[in-house]
Design a protein around this ligand. Structure first.
Ligand SMILES: [Zn+2]
Length: 141
């Protein structure tokens, strides 16, 4: 396990299951795991299909569009790495592909004051380093 210094921004540590997801983000494409036998999309990445228990899956690109399912505005005190971004709007987005595919991310750009449940959003990637690009969200139209 990698140690994170206080003040450093905590970053994802891709593992065997999630590496293809993070590779997709780094290439500017949101990808989901799809079960081979039953076709169900799932997230977060894991070895077994929750519907049919198959271990066979592959990765497919998804639209990167969704709607705000829930949100929270984070105010200080926050971890030092997030302090300068406060108030930070964190959204839980349900992808338009449905099937309970929900992803947490930061809201980037305008409209943070007027965020609303059900609002359409589009993924946008923030490159942090060579390996990690974080998926965040911005309002559409
Ligand atoms: Zn399945």
């Amino acid at each position: 396990m990698t140690q994170t210094m206080i003040g450093e921004r905590p970053l994802p540590q891709p593992d065997e299951d999630s590496a293809p997801y993070w590779r997709g983000c780094n290439e500017g494409e949101l990808r989901m795991q799809r079960c081979k036998p039953c076709g169900r999309l799932r997230f977060p990445p894991r070895p077994m299909c929750p519907r049919c228990q198959s271990l066979e899956s592959h990765w497919v690109p998804v639209s990167g569009r969704g709607t705000v399912y829930s949100w929270v505005r984070c105010h200080p005190p926050l971890l030092p790495a997030f302090q300068e971004r406060a108030p930070l709007l964190v959204v839980l987005v349900e992808l338009e592909e449905g099937e309970d595919l929900r992803i947490v991310g930061n809201w980037l750009g305008e409209g943070a004051e007027d965020v609303a449940i059900g609002q359409p959003v589009q993924v946008v990637f923030e490159r942090v380093n060579e390996e990690i690009s974080l998926p965040h969200w911005r309002g559409m139209g």
